[in-house]
Design a protein around this ligand. Structure first.
Ligand code: HEC
Length: 383
């Protein structure tokens, strides 16, 4: 990986793409990775960046001021009356120096990275011959009571050590990078060994302890793994990585089930077996074709007489309705409670006589105490 620095004071020197990619990797990949990218823009490589996103081209070579991506990281773009800035929300923005680096890469021609990325990602280090045998650190230990073996995690391998005979019975090799964590399934049959190269990738290798055969290799993180666990039923393996993600994988197939990120977003593997859930705009269970779960909010004051409608919602077919929540400020003093709070005998019901309209109304005879009060209604439905 080339690490060309920003071309400070030398505008004519073309900036190497790799330093721009480093910024994207650091600030953008949580939302713009190949799996379920926001705005359909993938910021994993030069090729995907130049493909652009939902709005088309993100980079205009030679013209940083005209490039959508620059306008979005500078916050100089408005969409539907709202200022757009990337990364959005409370996330740390790019510094003026970082923006200048992106701009100068674009203004010097938005050139492709010099070396084409290698297919197999390996960390290339200068060869420094050790003068004494290097120490082989132990990164993690796990004991398999059935097999009476201790798994000893080291660089590139896991030793199966017999505490009884005090010998290494078997060496499981082929792990890439430092093996930082080992876990044994509750039935004692499987060993999960998590490793990886910093800033490159993480992998977990699953071994059958009975015959030391490799069951599966799962790779998917963008950094080394530091923890792993197997669910008590032996069906799911969890991996934790320095890329700030926790992922769950189906052990039998190796498919990704779920991603948890530090900002509380929940991503769901595109091949997840169940259906229909979108969480905070994150990925959907069941893939892109699964319906999203949406919400509508209504506020206002209840009518002054009982039996009057509160909200009439059209355009959400009854068949797609999932839930209605009604809160009423029953003292008019920010004292919100469910409208059907039984002790108080206050009622709002929802029903539909028309399959395309949801009607919420105060119930005659029960809602006397809440007529005229402020309400909030949230409707949850399937898109
Ligand atoms: C927390 C999630 C998040 C992060 C982090 C994030 N983005 Fe975005 N990005 C979005 C969302 C959501 C959209 C689409 C909706 C919109 O336009 O606001 C988007 C859209 C975009 C678009 C417009 C794509 C198109 O074609 O419409 C660009 C360009 C963009 N982001 C650049 C970036 C860059 C560069 C970074 C990192 C410096 C970044 N984003 C970091 C969430 C994120």
């Amino acid at each position: 990986m080339g690490m060309a620095g920003p071309a400070r004071g030398a505008e004519a020197t073309a900036v190497d793409y790799s330093s721009v990619q480093n910024l994207f990797t650091q600030h953008c990949l949580d939302c713009h990775a190949a799996q379920d990218p926001e705005g359909n823009l993938v910021l994993e490589s030069f090729e995907t960046l130049m493909k652009g996103g939902e709005s088309g081209t993100a980079i205009v070579a030679g013209k940083s001021a005209d490039s959508l991506l620059v306008r979005m990281v500078e916050g100089s773009l408005e969409k539907e009356g709202k200022k757009k800035i990337m990364p959005p929300g409370k996330r740390k923005k790019l510094s003026p120096e970082e923006i200048a680096l992106v701009r100068s890469w674009i203004d010097t021609g938005a050139r492709a990275p010099k070396e084409t990325p290698k297919v197999a990602r390996e960390l290339v280090l200068p060869k420094v011959a050790p003068t004494v045998p290097p120490r082989r650190s132990i990164q993690a230990l796990a004991y398999a009571p059935g097999a009476k073996l201790l798994a000893v995690a080291r660089y590139g391998e896991v030793e199966l050590f017999s505490p009884e005979s005090r010998t290494v019975v078997k060496t499981l090799s082929g792990h890439r990078g430092m093996v930082n964590a080992v876990a044994i399934s509750q039935d004692g049959k499987l060993l999960a060994a998590a490793s990886g190269e910093p800033a490159l990738f993480g992998e977990v290798r699953l071994w059958n302890l009975a015959d030391s055969s490799l069951v599966r290799v799962i790779e998917g993180h963008n950094d080394a793994l530091y923890s792993t666990a197997i669910s008590p039923d032996g069906k799911i393996v969890a991996t934790g990585s320095y890329d700030q993600k926790i992922k769950l994988w189906e052990l039998a197939t190796g498919r990704e089930l779920l991603t948890l990120t530090t900002d509380g977003r929940l991503g769901v593997g595109t091949t997840a077996p169940t259906t229909q859930l979108e969480v905070n705009g994150g990925s959907k269970l069941g893939g892109a074709s699964a319906p999203a779960i949406k919400m509508l909010k209504f506020t206002g004051n209840l009518a002054a007489t009982q039996g009057q409608s509160v909200v009439i919602v059209t355009g959400v077919p009854v068949a797609k309705m999932l839930a209605v929540q009604v809160m009423v400020d029953y003292t008019g003093n920010n004292n919100w409670m469910p409208a059907s709070y039984t002790d108080a005998q206050y009622w709002v019901k929802w029903y539909s006589s028309n399959p395309d309209a949801i009607i919420l109304e105060c119930v005659a005879g029960h809602s006397a105490g809440i007529v005229g009060l402020p309400y909030r209604v949230v409707l949850t439905y399937e898109e």
